[in-house]
Write a protein that binds this ligand. Structure first.
Ligand code: FES
Length: 260
């Protein structure tokens, strides 16, 4: 197992990747089940967006979709809207081509790196059988695009506190979040295919191939840094939640134009 003739430190990347992603998973799981401190005045944590149910603390945002927590939900399920929400953005992330590469490598060691023999390589069948589910990525892309709008909407709410326009550090953090997600989603391989990659000919005179080609080139630019945007957007979404939680708990004070 892990036999290789490579002399470089090939194991550093999959190890660091595994560690970084594990930190994210632990933090996200903890926050998803907490069901608390996800609203701080007009700031909403992205883990709890859109605001499905009223903030249990009873203050801050009041545009929840369904009002109070539903009574039909069994008591053994934690009273946390995030458990209904996170499945959607996670379905996009977990089927992303980059994430697939890194968890196949870092967690399943299948294979752990190029030219390194991994576990079960003799039985390697590619993404067949159950893994055909990864094809869902081309559909979960639409969820991600919708989330960009939803998160910008949260950023918009971050500009108004009790009807008064203003700006705070939280507003800026909230607005950066969907921007990084947009860089990530618009560089998606499935989006690249959709925008022009599926065309057979970019130079054919008929139709709008030239426009598609220009769009495809721009998407390709983002696509070339897809790993960077994947990590930046993932880390930022966790930091955004952390910021909202700390402000909500009173651990830190949000610098803003409303209180000053
Ligand atoms: S391939 Fe990574 S988001 Fe689509």
């Amino acid at each position: 197992m892990l036999a290789t003739q490579r002399t470089d430190k090939w194991w550093i990347e999959p190890t660091l990747t595994a560690f970084g992603f594990l930190c994210f998973v632990i933090y996200t799981t903890w926050r998803a089940f907490s069901g608390e401190n996800f609203v701080a005045d007009n700031y909403l944590s992205p883990f709890y967006s859109p605001l499905l149910f009223e903030n249990p603390a009873g203050h801050g945002l009041d545009h929840s979709w369904f009002g109070s927590w539903p009574t039909w939900v069994p008591n053994w399920i934690p009273k946390s809207p995030a458990i209904f929400i996170l499945i959607f953005p996670l379905s996009f992330r977990m089927t992303c081509y980059y994430y697939r590469k890194f968890y196949y490598r870092s967690f399943f060691l299948s294979p752990p790196a190029c030219a390194v023999e991994g576990i079960k390589q003799k039985n390697y069948k590619g993404e067949t059988g159950f893994l055909i589910i990864q094809n869902l990525h081309r559909y979960t892309l639409y969820i991600a695009l919708l989330y960009i709008l939803i998160l910008y909407y949260d950023g918009y709410h971050g500009l108004f506190r009790d009807g008064t326009f203003g700006i705070g550090i939280g507003t800026i953090i909230l607005l950066i979040n969907p921007t990084l997600l947009a860089f990530y989603a618009f560089g998606c391989h499935a989006f690249r295919h959709l925008i022009g990659g599926k065309e057979d000919c970019f130079t054919c005179p008929a139709g709008n191939e030239k426009i598609k080609y220009k769009a495809w080139k721009k998407v390709s630019l983002l696509n070339s840094k897809h790993m960077l945007w994947a990590w930046a957007s993932m880390i930022w979404v966790a930091l955004t939640d952390l910021y909202v939680m700390l402000v909500s708990k009173g651990v830190i004070t949000d610098l803003n134009t409303w209180n000053n």
